[in-house]
Design a protein around this ligand. Sequence first.
Ligand code: AMP
Length: 116
Amino acid sequence: MALDDCIFCKIAAGQIPSRKVYEDDTVLAFEDVNPQAKVHVLVVPKTHYTDILDISRRGIDDLGAMMRGVGEVVRAKGLEKNGFRLVNNCGSDGCQSVKHVHIHVLGGEQLSEKMS
Ligand code: AMP
């Protein structure tokens, strides 16, 4: 189900343009508009889930599909050899700004040791 006021639902539906990296029936991956590393791609389920807790409770198959999408992005961006970082921000302490679950795939350069 898509939410009318959710930007990632609109991107997943093709109503807002994005720079697509990977797509299948369940998942879309696209370039982050404000990249924090040389490679910064967002992987989102096409179905709306608020956050990682929501999808882990009622969409475990879609969560698995997101991880398959992560693998596709990693291969598409050539990140297997040198590695990468996955980030999921959840809720206010986690500074989640878009309330549609997404995984950040960051890489293409040496990343900071600091994670917080
Ligand atoms: P978070 O803070 O974890 O919720 O991450 C949300 C991410 O979405 C941020 O890195 C934003 O730069 C990114 N973002 C917001 N709007 C768009 C958009 N229209 N296209 C691509 N990335 C976006």
